[in-house]
Structures are given as structure tokens and as C-alpha cells.
Design a binder for this molecule. Structure first.
Ligand code: ADP
Ligand code: GN1
Ligand code: MG
Length: 364
């Protein structure tokens, strides 16, 4: 593996001697390495990623989106290599390298002195994460050119995600359905609400926007020194979507002070203080942009997207863990339990969440 990483690194336009390779384990989809190059007396780090082409069927279309988006962000924020990802091109000027085995690779400038968190319990950080994603969306509102490529069609189509679950239950290829009956019942009992956002969009009540679509907390980097949200990463799913998808995934990952795969379910709750910080960060960044209807549905989006991701984990468990990287058995089932526990917690606080959002929107 190490030799092939060295060889692939050489395809990209970076100077200096490669002195260290580190593997990053946090994401569920791509393979991420940090390559350190000595340019005496400095060390320059770069992120090298293998794009998972089983999931992203058209990696060149993904990279076309990412190049357009990052160039636009740089043009609006100044060419600061910490506030937006910077694509490092190959020596022959392309934004990805296709190796002999058919793998697609890309490289970014590594952002130093910042990190992403799996979960946090600090309202200031939650505010920062929400503000970063909100600003990201605001900056992309005037992206010139054609509609972005849909890198994964129907990515947030919750009804289709439930249909996929039903197919997985029906085929039960790994005989796992019997071990997941409470989770299956929970998911299917929420079928009715699944099409809410899609219907609102279809009827022109909420607008399509350029959204990130994978706004989990660990896809935003927080500066180690200042605690400010500095850079939104993991741009594979930036494409046409709904602002509520982005907010919903933030509710899922930033208002629960425990990991996505926590097995002690007593730790899983939607924390109102963190939710308030999240709303403030998102609303501050998107003031004057979000419509009244979008604001009204902010709490609902948290419930929906948490359900949707739980459904996807459960489906993957039934299918034999073929999509999300897993580190133990039954990791995907455990992840789905966490999500569904969080849905219940949101449901029990929905009235208070709605009142809070109303108040915050009228204060601003
Ligand atoms: P995945 O799609 O697998 O989630 P990510 O693009 O989110 O992959 O990268 C995985 C992790 O690597 C991130 O959570 C982050 O901690 C780190 N990372 C990725 N790109 C950078 C970067 N340019 N600078 C610093 N850290 C990065
Ligand atoms: C995946 O790539 P990563 O780990 O940031 C997934 C998201 C899920 C998330 C659940 C392309 O995100 O949709 O919400 O796992 N990304 C893709 O943790 O499917
Ligand atoms: Mg990620």
C-alpha cells in the first residue's frame, strides 16, 4: 500500500521530498492519507484521497463540481488556503489522477492547526459549525455556470431510502432482519413524514439551492487556536439540494453530545442549548436568504434527516455492510439505533424547538 501511495503522490504537482504518510480513519466513504513533503526548512502537508467510485459512479463529474465550487469560494473569500479547500492538480494539469487499477485520486492542501470533531458539547463550537455551513451555502448562491452535477442522484430522497430499506427487508440476504425488528418497526412507522420536504419543493414552497448535503460535524474544520469554524470539507456531495438537508444533518450530528455510534443509548439526546446555538449560527449566516417556510421547517428537518440516515445504516446492516465502512459487528445496526433514539428525543422536544425557532426568527 505504502509504495503505491508514494507512486500516486508523485503524479501531483507538489515539490519537496515525501517524508511521511499518515492514514486518516474518520470518514465512512473515501480513503484519506496525509502526505508530508520536506521543503527545507518547512514541511508542507497535503491530503490525498481515493474517491470511492463504487459510491460516486462518475468521479470526473465530482471533481468538476469541486473545482468550480472551490475556485468560486476562493474568489469570494480571498485566496486564503485555510478558508476553502484548494485542489492540487496533477503534473499534467488535471484535477484527479486515474491509476492503472481504475482508482481515482485527488489532492488538497492540508489545513494545519485545525481539526474536525465527531461530537462536541460546546455551544460556541456548534455555533461556529453552523455558521460555516451557512456561509458556505450563501457564498455558493451566485455560482456562475450550469447546474452542478448530481453526484449521487436522490441522495436525500427519504421515501426512496425507505423503499430501499423495504427491499432489503424483503430479500434479507444475510438473514439479519430478525435481529433488527424493533429498528425496522421504528423506521417503517415513520414512513408518512418521509416525503414532506420533497413535496414542499415540488410545490414551489421551498427553493432548490446549492447545498453541501453531508454537513456532519466532522466535515467542518475548527481552528485549534481561535475556536472559529474555518473550512467546510468533504465536498463530494455539493450539488442541488435543500437548505433543510444541511440544517437537518447538523441537528443530527451537532446537537447530540455523543458519537454517531455510541452504544450507551442513555447518552443520546437532542440538547436544547446546542440546538439554540446551531439555529443562531445558521440564521446569522443566512440572514435574508432563508425563506419563512424554510425557517419554519428547521426543527422538522432535524427529525427527518436523522431518520433518513438511520434508515440508511439499517439498510446497510441488512445488506451485509456494503456501503458504510464498519469497524465491528453490528456497527451499522448500532449506528441506526443511535439515530432512532435521537429521532425519539427530537420528537419529545419538537414543540419547544418550534417555539425557539419562531422566537429566534422574530428577534432577528
Ligand atoms: P470522507 O468522505 O471519507 O468522510 P473527508 O473528506 O471528510 O472524507 O476526510 C476525512 C477526514 O480527513 C476529515 O474528517 C478531516 O478530519 C480530514 N481532512 C480531510 N481533508 C482535510 C484537509 N484538507 N485539511 C485537514 N484535514 C482534512
Ligand atoms: C457518510 O463521507 P462521510 O463519512 O462524511 C455519508 C453521509 C452520511 C454519513 C453518516 C457520500 O459521510 O451521507 O450521512 O456518512 N456520505 C455519503 O455518518 O454517503
Ligand atoms: Mg467526511
Amino acid at each position: 500500500m505504502k509504495n503505491s501511495i508514494i507512486e500516486i503522490g508523485e503524479k501531483f504537482n507538489v515539490s519537496g521530498e515525501l517524508v511521511e504518510i499518515e492514514t486518516f480513519e474518520s470518514g465512512h466513504i473515501n480513503d484519506t492519507f496525509v502526505l508530508k513533503y520536506m521543503n527545507s526548512p518547512q514541511i508542507r502537508s497535503c491530503t490525498l484521497q481515493r474517491i470511492n467510485h463504487e459510491i460516486f459512479k462518475n468521479p470526473p463529474a465530482v471533481m468538476e463540481n469541486i473545482s468550480r465550487v472551490t475556485e468560486h469560494l476562493h474568489s469570494k473569500q480571498g485566496n486564503d488556503s485555510r478558508s476553502a479547500l484548494t485542489v492540487i492538480k496533477t503534473r499534467d494539469g488535471k484535477d484527479f489522477h486515474l491509476d492503472a487499477k481504475g482508482n481515482y485520486w485527488r489532492m488538497y492542501v492540508f489545513i494545519e492547526n485545525a481539526r474536525s470533531y465527531e461530537f462536541i458539547n460546546n455551544p460556541d463550537h456548534v455555533y461556529q459549525a453552523a455558521h460555516s455551513y451557512g456561509s458556505f451555502q450563501k457564498h455558493l448562491a451566485d455560482l456562475p455556470g450550469n447546474r452542478l452535477n448530481e453526484t449521487i442522484p436522490d441522495f436525500h430522497n427519504t421515501p426512496k431510502r425507505l423503499e430501499a430499506l423495504e427491499r432489503a427487508i424483503e430479500s434479507d440476504v444475510h438473514n439479519r432482519a430478525a435481529s433488527a425488528m424493533p429498528e425496522i418497526d421504528f423506521a417503517l412507522s415513520h414512513k408518512k413524514m418521509a416525503s414532506t420536504l420533497i413535496e414542499l419543493c415540488k410545490h414551489g414552497e421551498i427553493p432548490e439551492r446549492i447545498t453541501h448535503n453531508d454537513t456532519k460535524l466532522n466535515n467542518v474544520l475548527i481552528d485549534d487556536k481561535t475556536g472559529k469554524g474555518i473550512c467546510v470539507i468533504d465536498l463530494d456531495t455539493v450539488m442541488p439540494g435543500l437548505s433543510l438537508y444541511d440544517f437537518g444533518d447538523l441537528v443530527r450530528t451537532a446537537t447530540c453530545p455523543a458519537a454517531e455510534d455510541e452504544t450507551d443509548l442513555s447518552k443520546i439526546k437532542m440538547d436544547m442549548t446546542l440546538f439554540e446555538a446551531l439555529c443562531k449560527g445558521y440564521l446569522d449566516a443566512l440572514r435574508g436568504t432563508l425563506t419563512a417556510r424554510e425557517i419554519e421547517y428547521l426543527p422538522f428537518s432535524g427529525k427527518l434527516i436523522t431518520l433518513e440516515i438511520g434508515v440508511r445504516f439499517l439498510t446497510d446492516y441488512l445488506m451485509g455492510d456494503v456501503y458504510f465502512k464498519t469497524r465491528r459487528y453490528p456497527h451499522n445496526l448500532e449506528r441506526s439505533r443511535t439515530q432512532f433514539t435521537l429521532v425519539k428525543s427530537i420528537e419529545s422536544q419538537e414543540d419547544a424547538m418550534n417555539s425557539l425557532v419562531k422566537k429566534l426568527a422574530s428577534d432577528s
